[in-house]
Design a protein around this ligand. Structure first.
Ligand SMILES: Cc1cc2nc3c(=O)[nH]c(=O)nc-3n(C[C@H](O)[C@H](O)[C@H](O)COP(=O)(O)O)c2cc1C
Length: 222
């Protein structure tokens, strides 16, 4: 396979606390991908100030003005080659800020790209209970889930405040997850270029969600 050059991923995370352990993990995850020549844009719920899902983009009418900032972020999502989605575990659940952030945008903006889960917690579960829910969510918005998950138990022991770890299990899982996400992103990117379909093709900003997903119209057999 000819490797697809210039992959670009988005890292989403939803902890809005101060201080927060997300800041121990996120720089480490970003570095793992940048070391593999992937660029990463951060969508951080704390920085982006989406308080609650009032009106996702797909619920604006054809003649309604859509918020310029939302449209800008939406374009970035549509252009990404893959997603890294990071969550803490709050009573066994996904961090609510993460869903608030990701639900601002339509599934059609995420569809046909791979997604990788990073989960962490203070306790021994390593965020895995939230990660299992996140798998369902990420499938529902049309992304392809990686077999591996990076799950980090006892995050405050595993990572220093400046995002360093010497935990061999964490490093091994990070490497596996990064390699898988890049492999799937390259494969999907090649298919997208080959078939002519991109996620932009299923989403019309002036007449939202009117085009439908491309597979609905595609004849798979010759
Ligand atoms: C509301 C709340 C619920 C939590 N529930 C769990 C839990 O179910 N299991 C666990 O191991 N840790 C739990 N914790 C501890 C978190 O894993 C820990 O605080 C983690 O650092 C949260 O991520 P953050 O600091 O990036 O927000 C909880 C923390 C909060 C604030």
């Amino acid at each position: 396979m000819v490797p697809a050059a210039g992959l670009h991923f988005i890292l989403f995370f939803g902890s809005v606390r101060d201080p927060r352990n997300a800041d121990r993990v996120a720089p480490y995850v970003i570095k793992a991908f940048e070391d593999r020549n992937v660029t990463v844009t951060v969508f951080d719920a704390k920085e982006m100030h989406f308080d609650s899902v009032i009106k996702p983009i797909q619920y604006y009418g054809r003649n309604e003005t859509k918020p310029a900032e939302l449209m800008k972020f939406n374009t970035e999502i549509k252009k990404a080659d893959g997603f890294i989605v990071m969550t803490a575990e709050y009573h066994g659940q996904i961090a609510p800020g993460l869903l608030n952030l990701m639900n601002q945008f339509p599934p059609n903006s995420y569809v046909f790209r791979p997604s990788a889960i990073v989960a962490y917690s203070k306790g021994r579960f390593g965020g895995i209970r939230a990660a299992m829910q996140l798998r369902t969510y990420l499938a529902d918005i049309g992304t392809l889930q990686m077999p591996a998950i990076l799950s980090i138990p006892f995050v405050e022991q595993a990572f220093t405040v400046d995002a360093k770890t010497e935990n061999a299990d964490v490093n091994k899982s990070m490497n596996l997850l990064a390699d898988q996400l890049i492999w799937y992103a390259e494969a999907i990117k090649l298919q997208r270029e080959e078939s002519g379909y991109r996620c932009e093709d299923c989403y019309d900003d002036n007449n939202l969600a009117s085009k439908g997903l491309p597979y609905k119209n595609k004849k798979w057999s010759k």
